[in-house]
Design a binder for this molecule. Sequence first.
Ligand SMILES: *Cc1c(COP(=O)(O)O)cnc(C)c1O
Length: 434
Amino acid sequence: MKFYSTNGQAPIASLEKAVVKGLAEDKGLYMPERIKPLPQSFFDNIEHLSFQEIAYTVADAFFGEDVPAEDLKRIVYDTLAFDCPVKKVKDNIFALELFHGPTLAFKDVGARFMARLLQYFIKREGQKGLVNVLVATSGDTGSAVANGFLGVDGIHVYVLYPKGKVSPIQECQFTTLGQNITAVEVDGVFDDCQALVKTAFMDAELNQHMKLTSANSINVARFLPQSFYYFYAYAQMKRMGLADNLVICVPSGNFGNICSGLFGKRMGLPVKRFIAANNANDIFYNYLQTGEYNPRPSVQTIANAMDVGDPSNFARIYDLYQKDHAAICADISGCTYTDEQIAESIRAAYEETGYLCDPHGAVGYRALCEGLKEGEVGVFLETAHPAKFLATVEKIIGKEVEIPAKLAAFMEGTKQSVSMSKDFADFKAFLMKQ
Ligand SMILES: *Cc1c(COP(=O)(O)O)cnc(C)c1O
């Protein structure tokens, strides 16, 4: 499979190039040249298949031409070492729980897949020496990438994060790991971390010294595997006899997650429609209403992983629908909620159903409560475990939230990090010594 750039000015890339480079030369996002429809027999039989079997069928459509079946199967099965169950919340509303992986958020799926695919490429090329992944994080990306790559041979990860600006729970998820993960604590803000990473990729001497790659969320190896769990959600709903009028609601920030679902629909997944649920960062919502895309600086909310003012994957959605606003509106509707509404939804869901949403999932839950039509059944993506947002959630429900053992284990580890100024010369000197 070849990949083209959404900006149309870069050369067509192989899968390996798209994965290693992340972003195309013209700063566009890579898109697969073809989205293969899956056969009707697959959907007829899907409720009898396991998550891994379903995921392998989907993965084969994107990666099967480039990765031999046995290797791809191993990558998929290793990636999905945890379940993504659908849980009933009330009446016709269900949660697809994507928080059973190592860092308790959906980004685990893409990060684990990418780590294993990159390792496959390294082995295939018989590459000598380490491949170094540089990733800047404001919190969740760093933990998913660090844990996704943890213990993967031939790869070393440097996670750059702003000192004092990530929550203690987030910080311990990438500073206590050791092995092939180095946390770099930058005396600056997130943008400084990102600038250090970007400058490093452009520095000729550094790139001579070590092989550098990025694990950005727009990477096709992080993005495409997210479609796996949409098919699996459908299979679970079909098992319950509830898949005929399915609406899937995705709490969205950078729009990678919902875009993977739209790819699924293009492959034949029988989802009636999607809802993109936003917090106060309502750029996509406004696009749906007006047909105009006007990015602006993000505003901070309690669903902070969705605080995005210029969602990267809008370019992919635009490309997928050939810029046709009406076609986009036919498949996706939108909504936007304030922090007060998000808090109210967490409280209402908890009091009325006993189900505790995290602030992101709560946006999705509310959108279904308000947006489902007669006869429709809704599934919202519960993108993280509520305990990841402990202080916020406990304050809203006025009760202690139990911390899952997996999360507690991170918090018991010893923090190890390298202190760094935001001056590129210091960061470069550090890397040159590695
Ligand atoms: C990243 C993230 C989102 C947003 O996903 P996008 O793919 O950027 O739209 C939502 N919820 C949580 C918990 C996240 O970590």
